[in-house]
Design a protein around this ligand. Structure first.
Ligand code: LLP
Length: 427
């Protein structure tokens, strides 16, 4: 049967033996819109945001949602209307940001590889800050801005050499990573930036990784960044805002225990105050922690395929919809939408998709009592699922819905084959 409610993410619950998002039964949405289907809870997103807003209350701050986590327009719109700025990493994300009406000065442009065209595009609309990751990027941005008769607002990303204690593919603050500028080169980089006619130094930033579940690495990174601010200002360059990036993890397994956003910020602000930087404007770039646990992916069980070594449950969602298990061996809880009486056999299944790869698995060794045609919900699927989805095997990307109370809005239609082949030409 289904897990007890206490282990479901907030705003997901069993009501009369049926899984709901807020007040909407998920079975009904799947019947109306088909599967795979992503369903997000608006209240869950706003609740996650509220924890950050409480944590930073009374401080000058800007919460820039990291668009890459889930870039659906209705989600961006929800967060922007609730006061967020946006953290972008491409010209495409910039256009999404503008499409939902965010004030350009609340846009932060991150990423190691911005093109000249992207720099121009962002300068034209007047974004708030470029988070620059190398000396070479700084020089190109300076040149592009001067050509346009502008001064680009910049912040340099410091690599604080702190272990975020997360999966190596999503750890970014170590010396061996491609991100940021080494601590020992930071002052010289700022001296240089301050002398460039096309640049205006506004801040400093760092981001040490993603799915971080401990407070320690954040405190260590903060100390390193504040050390850098002290040296930079001693060299005569003023830092207006400090951007601590994103990275806060969510509970995927039921026992990951990440700190709550408000508790994390209580600890961080204490350190900030203790070191005499309590009056600085704070920026953050959370992605996963705002949307990850607000989403589930509904999938139908196609076939039961018991075997000698492994039992496979073949479902209609696959690695193209939910790439995190294949890419990071990530764990997502999988629960029945309409639980059946527990299977006395206690059969354990590998939940796999239809894609022609052995890496196409969604969950391994899961005890589930199901028949073919049943619906399953893959939980914690609000972040880095739809935004990383692909068309591999010419599978259309899933539809997306946003639930608000007892209402459910279709926010992205299911992709058709015609949508997929639209740009292709026969010889
Ligand atoms: N800021 C910067 C500069 C980033 O690179 C990222 C994420 C964020 C903010 C937002 O981090 P968050 O709060 O979401 O942890 N696809 C991987 C995660 C990649 C994260 C990339 N950077 C996954 O599915 O786990």
């Amino acid at each position: 049967t289904g897990l007890p409610d206490s282990t479901l993410p907030p705003f997901f619950s069993y009501q009369d033996q049926a899984l709901h998002a807020e007040g909407v039964p998920l079975q009904r949405l799947a019947e109306e819109h088909g599967t795979p289907l992503f369903v997000y809870s608006r209240a869950a997103i706003l609740d996650a945001l509220a924890a950050y807003q409480r944590g930073l209350a009374g401080r000058e701050h800007l919460i820039c949602y990291a668009v890459k986590a889930n870039s659906s327009l209705a989600i961006l719109q929800t967060l922007v209307q609730a006061g967020c700025g946006l953290d972008i990493v491409s010209g495409g994300e910039l256009e999404r940001a503008l499409a939902v009406g965010v004030s350009p000065d609340k846009i932060i442009f991150s990423g190691v590889g911005k093109t000249r065209a992207e720099m121009r595009q962002a300068l034209q609309v007047g974004i708030g800050c470029f988070n620059v990751e190398s000396r070479a990027e700084l020089d190109v941005l300076d040149e592009v801005a001067r050509e346009m008769g502008q001064r680009a607002p910049v912040s340099v990303r410091v690599n604080p050499n702190v272990d975020a204690k997360t999966h190596p593919y999503i750890s970014t603050g170590l010396k061996g990573n491609k991100f940021g500028i080494a601590q020992e080169d930071v002052v010289e980089t700022y001296r240089h930036a301050a002398a460039c006619a096309g640049l205006r130094v506004v801040g400093i930033d760092c981001h040490i990784g993603s799915q971080i579940t401990q407070t320690g690495p954040y405190l260590d990174a903060m100390d390193r960044v504040l050390d850098a601010v002290e040296s930079i200002e001693a060299a005569g360059v003023k830092i207006e805002h400090i951007d601590f990036g994103g990275g806060l993890g969510i509970d995927y397994q039921g026992n990951d225990n990440p700190p709550a956003a408000d508790a994390l910020w209580q600890a961080l602000l204490q350190r900030l105050d203790a070191r005499g930087f309590g009056d600085r404007k704070i920026c953050i770039e959370p992605g996963r922690s705002l949307v990850g646990n607000a989403g589930a992916c509904l999938t139908e069980v196609l076939f039961l395929k018991p075997g000698e070594q492994k039992n496979f449950l073949i479902v209609d969602a696959a690695m193209n919809d939910l790439p995190r298990p294949a890419m990071y061996q990530a764990f997502h809880r999988i629960v029945p939408v309409q639980p059946r009486a527990a299977d006395a056999s206690g059969t354990v299944w590998d939940v796999v998709g239809p894609v022609c790869e052995s890496g196409d698995w969604i969950g391994r060794d899961r005890a589930l009592a199901v028949h073919s045609g049943d619906l399953l919900a893959v939980l914690s699927a609000g972040a880095y699922c739809m935004s990383m989805a692909s068309n591999y095997n010419t599978r259309g990307r899933a539809a997306e819905m946003l639930v608000d109370g007892t209402q459910a809005h279709l926010i992205r239609a299911r992709e058709s084959v015609a949508d997929q082949t639209r740009l292709e030409r026969l010889l």
